[in-house]
Design a protein around this ligand. Structure first.
Ligand SMILES: [Zn+2]
Length: 129
């Protein structure tokens, strides 16, 4: 069974084996989501080097800008408001609502697409635990 890269990102799987889950819980569950230090399936260490996930801030920033722009345009089209307080309220709420999503997917995008040292290896997917 082969999992595509985009399926692995959407289902929060390890970039090396695409089988083990990177996070405990769901992005919007009642319990706080937490990232595993190592892949529970293949043992891959997600934080490749100390401070590696600082780079995820840039990905998170890009995601936030996209979300905020979409919400600003939607707000302008739906309400036709010119009040800055309307936009400040909507955009601040958008940032808060998308924070758990951005936390999770910025790290996933960083590891799956922007880390040249990390690549999928079917040998690890076939490991039996
Ligand atoms: Zn793995």
């Amino acid at each position: 069974m082969s999992v595509s890269k985009i399926q692995a990102v959407i289902s929060s799987k390890c970039p090396r084996c695409r089988t083990g889950k990177m996070f405990t819980g769901t992005a919007y569950g009642l319990s706080r989501q937490k990232m595993h230090d190592h892949c529970p399936h293949c043992g891959f260490k997600f934080e490749i080097e100390p401070g590696y996930f600082y780079a995820a801030m840039y990905v998170s920033y890009a995601l936030s800008v996209g979300e905020v722009l979409c919400m600003a345009l939607l707000t302008a089209m739906i309400t036709k408001s010119e009040s800055p307080w309307m936009y400040i309220g909507v955009l601040f709420t958008t940032i808060l609502i998308f924070a758990p999503f951005n936390y999770r997917y910025s790290r996933l995008i960083l590891l799956h697409y922007l880390s040249p040292k990390v690549s999928y290896n079917p040998k690890y997917a076939a490991l039996k635990k």
